[in-house]
Design a protein around this ligand. Structure first.
Ligand code: ADP
Length: 350
C-alpha cells in the first residue's frame, strides 16, 4: 500500500436507532499516517461511528471500509488491521499485567513463540516496564489505559481507533496517555475521539467535528479556526447614566443596548453574557476579519452610554467547535455527561 493510501473510508454511513439518526450520512476518508481527532459533544455519534468501523455494530445504510475491506463483508480482515481502545479498556482486574497481555496476544492468535517478543514491544511503546509485576487492580486509571493501549497494539495493527481514551483520567494522566498516543501516531493511522480540544491540538494534524450525526467541519485545527474567519468581541455597555437609562428600568435599557449592538455589524450573532447589575455584557461574533471596535465606540458616544469593556479576539478552535455544535441540542441519551457544549451553553441566545 502506498503512503497516502486511504485507510478508513465511509460513504453516506448511517445508523438509525428507532426514530433517531445516531449517524447521519457521514462520508470521510482517513489516509495512512494521519492522526485525526474525532470531535463532538456527547451524543454526536462518535462512538457509534467507531463501533461500526471496528465491526461491533453494523450500519443501517451506507458503507465503511478499512484498508479497503468492507466492515460488513470482511470483518475478520478489518479487525486484523485495527487496534481498538474504548473509554474504559475492558481489563480483568485480577489478572497480572503480563498475564493480561499474554491473554490479549492469544486472542489475537499470535503464535506462542512470538508472544514474548510482541509483549516486550508493546511494554516498551506504552511505558509499562515499572508495573509488570502488578495486577491490574493495583494500577492507576492512567496506567490501566496504557495497558489497554498495549492490548490494542499487540498484533501490530496499522490503524488505531481510540474512543475517548482519556475521558476518565485526571489531567496529568491524560497528558501522559496523549503523549504515548502522539508517539504511536508517528508510525500509524489513528482516529481519536475526544471532547478535549487541547488534546486535539496537541496530537492531531486534522480534526473532524461531528454534531447530531453529521460532519460539520473537517481540516487542520489551525486552518479551521482561520477558515471560520470570525472575530469575537466582548462589549460591555452601561446605559444607566444616560437620559434614557434614567427614565427607564434596567431591563428595558438592557434590551435597548442589545438591539443597538445587534445593529452595529450586520449578520453578526449576539449573545448576552453573565453581567453585573449595571453593565450589559454582550458577545458579538462577526464574520470576516474587519475591525469593528471604532463602531462600538461610536455607538457608545452617540447614545451617551459608558463603554465599560471592549475586547476583540480572533476566533480559536474552541469557538469554532462551539459555533458548530452548541445551541441546537435536542435531549440526547448521554446528556448527563459534561461537555464543552454544556459549559458554553450558559450564555443565552438573544
Ligand atoms: P457520542 O459517542 O458522540 O457521545 P454516540 O455515538 O454514543 O455519541 O450516540 C449517538 C446517539 O445515538 C446517542 O445520543 C443516542 O441517542 C443514540 N444511541 C447510541 N447508542 C444507542 C443504542 N444502543 N440504542 C439507542 N440509541 C443509541
Amino acid at each position: 500500500m502506498a503512503n497516502n493510501d486511504v485507510m478508513i473510508e465511509t460513504r453516506e454511513l448511517t445508523k438509525i436507532y428507532g426514530a433517531q439518526r445516531a449517524v447521519d450520512r457521514i462520508s470521510f476518508e482517513i489516509r495512512r499516517g494521519e492522526v485525526v481527532g474525532f470531535l463532538g459533544p456527547n451524543g454526536a455519534g462518535k462512538s457509534t461511528t467507531m463501533k461500526i468501523l471496528t465491526c461491533f455494530i453494523s450500519p443501517t445504510e451506507g458503507t465503511a471500509k478499512v484498508g479497503g475491506w468492507d466492515v460488513f463483508d470482511d470483518p475478520l480482515a478489518v479487525r486484523s488491521l485495527i487496534g481498538y481502545l474504548p473509554q474504559r479498556a475492558s481489563l480483568y482486574p485480577e489478572m497480572g499485567v503480563v498475564e493480561y497481555l499474554e491473554f490479549a496476544a492469544e486472542l489475537r492468535a499470535i503464535a506462542s513463540d512470538k508472544r514474548r517478543a510482541k509483549i516486550k514491544e508493546v511494554v516498551e511503546i506504552c511505558g509499562l516496564k515499572d508495573v509488570l509485576a502488578k495486577t491490574i487492580n493495583e494500577l492507576s486509571y492512567g496506567y490501566r489505559q496504557r495497558v489497554g493501549l498495549a492490548q490494542a497494539l499487540i498484533h501490530d495493527p496499522p490503524i488505531l481507533i481510540l474512543d475517548e481514551p482519556t475521558a476518565d483520567l485526571d489531567p496529568n494522566e491524560s497528558a501522559e496517555v496523549i503523549s504515548y498516543i502522539k508517539e504511536i501516531g508517528r508510525t500509524r493511522t489513528i482516529m481519536l475521539s475526544t471532547h478535549d480540544l487541547a488534546e486535539v491540538k496537541e496530537a492531531c494534524q486534522r480534526v473532524l467535528i461531528v454534531n447530531r450525526g453529521k460532519i460539520v467541519a473537517d481540516g487542520a485545527p489551525d486552518e479551521l479556526a482561520t477558515k471560520s474567519g470570525s472575530v469575537r468581541y466582548v462589549v460591555a455597555l452601561d446605559a444607566s447614566e444616560s437620559e434614557a437609562g434614567a427614565a427607564k428600568r434596567n431591563a428595558a435599557t438592557s434590551q435597548e443596548v442589545i438591539d443597538a449592538v445587534k445593529g452595529v455589524v450586520s449578520g453578526s450573532s449576539v449573545k448576552v453574557l453573565p453581567n453585573d447589575d449595571r453593565a450589559t455584557v454582550l458577545e458579538v461574533v462577526a464574520k470576516g476579519s474587519n475591525d469593528h471596535r471604532r463602531e462600538f465606540f461610536r455607538l457608545a458616544v452617540e447614545k451617551k452610554w459608558d463603554l465599560v469593556e471592549l475586547r476583540r479576539e480572533t476566533v480559536q478552535l474552541e469557538e469554532v467547535f462551539r459555533q458548530l455544535t452548541v445551541g441546537d441540542g435536542a435531549p440526547r441519551r448521554n446528556a448527563a455527561k459534561k461537555t464543552e457544549g454544556d459549559v458554553k451553553e450558559q450564555a443565552s441566545d438573544v
